[in-house]
Design a protein around this ligand. Structure first.
Ligand SMILES: C[S@@+](CC[C@H](N)C(=O)[O-])C[C@H]1O[C@@H](n2cnc3c(N)ncnc32)[C@H](O)[C@@H]1O
Length: 201
């Protein structure tokens, strides 16, 4: 049964890559002791995106940010929703370039910006921030400081969507943030989970 499920998941991954004309299925080493706050590239599985997507509130004037866009899979998928703008932020120049190539192949309107998430200034109309366990510690903290400042400067509905493995350093850190409240917790594949937060005030 496990083998069959694995094969079905693999077929789903290959079919959707082919459908979009992209190449984003790689998995890189998740942890590098030299950069303990950074996680390596691994895409959001297409099946998991289908589980998350119904919970995303889309408004046509607003922007979606994919923090740690890698090869651009979620950036491309989010741009199929009626957001005004979809931006992927990726700090590895080689991944950002390959992600942008995938975007062009998929004829997507999205864009990948090569930048450190910690320093990226959030567009004022941003409503949706997606983080697939991309980083932790001081990087997460800087991103959240910017999100909070953006919210306070322009109070609006905001969703922070976190796709996480069963255990992560990210989860206890985000759960401790007192200005965010958990609105959804979804079970994804392979023990992964999606936590969705919104400002608590
Ligand atoms: C798990 S992958 C997520 C890929 C993509 N968002 C998806 O869901 O398909 C995490 C990505 O975050 C990137 N990353 C890690 N730290 C970053 C930082 N400080 N700024 C920007 N990107 C970062 C990594 O290079 C990697 O490509």
């Amino acid at each position: 049964m496990r083998k069959l499920l694995h094969r079905l998941k693999r077929a789903d991954e290959l079919f959707n890559e082919w459908r979009l004309g992209i190449d984003s299925g790689e998995i890189h080493t998740p942890y590098d002791a030299a950069r303990p706050e950074v996680r390596g590239y691994c895409p959001t599985f297409f099946r998991d995106w289908r589980l998350i997507r119904p919970h995303i509130v889309v408004t046509p004037q607003s922007s979606f940010i994919d923090y740690g866009a890698g090869l651009g899979r979620v950036t491309i998928l989010a741009a199929t929703l009626p957001f005004a703008r979809v931006i992927g932020v990726e700090f590895d120049p080689a991944l950002a370039l390959r992600g942008q190539t995938n975007i062009e192949r998929a004829k997507s309107s999205a864009k990948i910006i090569c930048a450190d998430a910690a320093a990226f200034d959030i567009p004022p109309n941003t409503s949706t921030l997606y983080i697939c366990n991309s980083f932790t510690g001081s990087i997460l903290s800087s991103v959240l400081t910017k999100v909070q400042a953006s919210y306070e400067g322009n109070p609006r509905p905001i969703q922070l969507i976190c796709n996480l493995p069963a255990e992560s350093a990210f989860e206890p850190e985000i759960r401790r943030v007192d200005w965010l409240k958990l609105t959804h917790e979804l079970a994804l594949s392979d023990g992964r989970k999606c936590l969705i937060f919104a400002p608590a005030y």
